[in-house]
Design a protein around this ligand. Structure first.
Ligand SMILES: Cc1cc2nc3c(=O)[nH]c(=O)nc-3n(C[C@H](O)[C@H](O)[C@H](O)COP(=O)(O)O)c2cc1C
Length: 159
């Protein structure tokens, strides 16, 4: 049985961590993509992103369906938006019956909301076994430090 790293990344920070984790443990990796793009600039970016979290949006994903039967462990990564996980992750969870898996979580953020985000994610993913979680503060700003943090965490997963 193998491991899947599945993540959403809006500005590349979560992607950077996700790729390092997958490379370290030789996991498959999938980046969630939406059919509609969120605005990427200034106030509109925070407004639309925050609003979509608050309203519980489940944006349409354009990824091919993923056969989760192949995976015993799923590592889920998200940026934190408005103290929660991002809408594409909500879509992924809704679209897949994720039960009886080993789950590890990671998040990228600007300084706050990680525990709240993990608590919400675990609630959405009840019926699974949780291995551990880790958060990164703007990982692209201290590249080397966060790369080694991602590598040690991934090695410690003992998959
Ligand atoms: C709509 C929106 C809401 C955000 N809300 C939070 C938040 O509640 N707490 C926080 O620490 N950072 C927040 N951020 C910052 C991002 O979590 C942070 O920049 C993260 O590293 C981005 O990851 P990415 O590059 O993979 O998209 C928010 C960013 C956006 C665009």
């Amino acid at each position: 049985m193998s491991t899947l790293v599945v993540y959403f990344s809006f500005t590349g920070s979560t992607k950077f961590v996700a790729e390092k984790i997958a490379e370290t443990i030789g996991a498959d990796i999938t980046e969630l993509k939406t059919s509609k793009n969120y605005p990427t600039e200034g106030f509109r970016k925070y407004f639309w992103g925050g609003k979509s979290v608050i309203f519980g949006d489940e944006p349409k994903l354009i990824n091919d369906p993923i056969d989760l039967n192949k995976y015993e462990t799923i590592i889920i990564g998200t940026p934190i938006w408005a103290g929660s996980f991002t809408p594409p992750i909500k879509s992924f969870i809704s679209q897949n019956k994720i039960q009886g898996k080993r789950i590890a979580l990671f998040a990228s953020h600007a300084g706050g909301g990680a525990q709240k985000c993990f608590t919400k994610l675990k609630k959405e993913l009840s019926g699974n076994e949780f291995l551990c979680e880790i958060d990164f503060v703007e990982p692209k700003k201290s590249l080397e430090e966060n790369l080694s943090k991602a590598v040690s965490w991934a090695k410690g997963l003992a998959i």
